[in-house]
Ligand binder design. Structure first.
Ligand SMILES: *Cc1c(COP(=O)(O)O)cnc(C)c1O
Length: 354
């Protein structure tokens, strides 16, 4: 088979990459932490609005280089969220049909976003999305991207401007250039895998702390090693937490896991808005709450250093959920104790136990 089209497709993705800038590393203004600096890598500024822009680019390059994607190959993915939006963008860039296989219950707003980039949505029963994606790919002669299998291996973890490489480069002129910790919450687990492998490859002291929301099996899997764990309830923090152990989650590269209550995640995004004047998605709250816990503990031990975590997407996507007090009261419960805890942190830098 001629490689002309694949060469053209690779060049399109490369050119798109050249047109893009790196994402900002935001230093939080926290004078109450005298010897600890906290940074957010702002992944909301990618063209498709989230860190999934990196994953989608990697999955397309991986599929092209593996000979799985050719001229006209329909691309199928089981995702109703950020991944489908970013993959629809790259499919359109390459002139390929894109179909997201999503639960019937998916919010119209998300369907609209996928369709905005030229994707189509195939609505099925929630339990059927994986088998239906594989079936549809078979029927159409298409390629099932399968983010929950391939996220961990599609990215070049050694460097090549991956997110970990970018963080270390952007930290070079800071007072604590090698972070004590990098904190990340897992959806596919792909970002954590890239960061964890990179830390070992670079032989740095930085520890990877992975933070899991309520109703996710990753935390228990990390401690028990049981790959058959499942959870009845679904995660309420969009983009992270899974009801089954995904193959793309690599526990061996994780130094520490913490479970962060959903109420703490939501309280943290509201607190963060007061600090940076921006709304973020709830997974950013999960990440930052974990970072604040670590900062509190470092401070108590008299340590200094830096902590880096991710701003995964913007809060504009969630105005009628995380930013609607009625929704929060109904779906998450009382977040007041965490808001009070964070307010006290703002004045004394202590995250008092609740
Ligand atoms: C996917 C996602 C994550 C988790 O990233 P992974 O690399 O899939 O583990 C966190 N937050 C948001 C908003 C996401 O979409």
């Amino acid at each position: 088979m001629s490689r002309n089209w694949v060469n053209w497709a690779m060049a399109q993705i490369e050119a798109d990459f050249q047109r893009s800038a790196d994402t900002h590393l935001i230093k939080l203004d926290l004078p109450q932490l005298a010897n600890i600096d906290i940074y957010l890598k702002d992944e909301s500024t990618h063209p498709t609005g989230s860190l999934k822009h990196r994953l989608a680019r990697s999955l397309f390059l991986y599929g092209l280089c593996n000979g799985w994607i050719h001229e006209g190959t329909p691309i199928i993915e089981s995702s109703s969220g950020s991944t489908a939006i970013s993959e629809a963008y790259f499919a359109r860039l390459l002139g390929l049909p894109f179909i997201a296989v999503i639960p019937r219950s998916t919010a119209q707003k998300k369907i609209d976003q996928i369709e905005f980039y030229g994707g189509r949505c195939h609505l099925v029963d929630p339990a059927a999305i994986y088998t239906e994606s594989a079936r549809l790919a078979e029927e159409l002669g298409g390629h099932y991207m399968d983010q929950f299998t391939y996220a961990e291996r599609a990215t070049d973890w050694r460097g090549n401007n991956n997110i970990a490489d970018a963080i270390f480069r952007q930290m070079q002129h800071e007072r604590f250039p090698v972070p004590s910790h990098i904190v990340m919450s897992p959806g596919t687990g792909g970002t954590s895998a890239t960061i964890g492998r990179y830390l070992r490859y670079q032989k740095v002291e930085t520890r990877l702390c992975v933070v899991d929301p309520d109703n996710s099996v990753f935390f228990d899997y990390f401690h028990s090693g049981d790959p058959n764990l499942t959870s009845e309830a679904c995660s309420r923090i969009e983009g992270i937490g899974r009801p089954r152990v995904e193959p793309s989650f690599i526990p061996g590269v994780v130094d520490e896991m913490r479970r962060i209550p959903d109420a703490a995640s939501i309280a943290t995004v509201l607190w963060l808005e007061g600090l940076i004047g921006r709304k973020t998605g709830a997974s950013t709250g999960t990440n930052l709450y974990g970072a604040l816990q670590l900062a509190h503990e470092m401070q108590a031990r008299g340590e200094s250093g830096s902590i880096v975590t991710l701003l995964c997407d913007s809060g504009e996507r969630y105005l009628d959920s995380y930013y609607d007090p009625a929704w929060v009261a109904d779906k998450i419960g009382d977040i007041q104790p965490y808001l009070a805890q964070l307010e006290a942190f703002s004045t004394n830098g202590q995250l008092e136990a609740l």
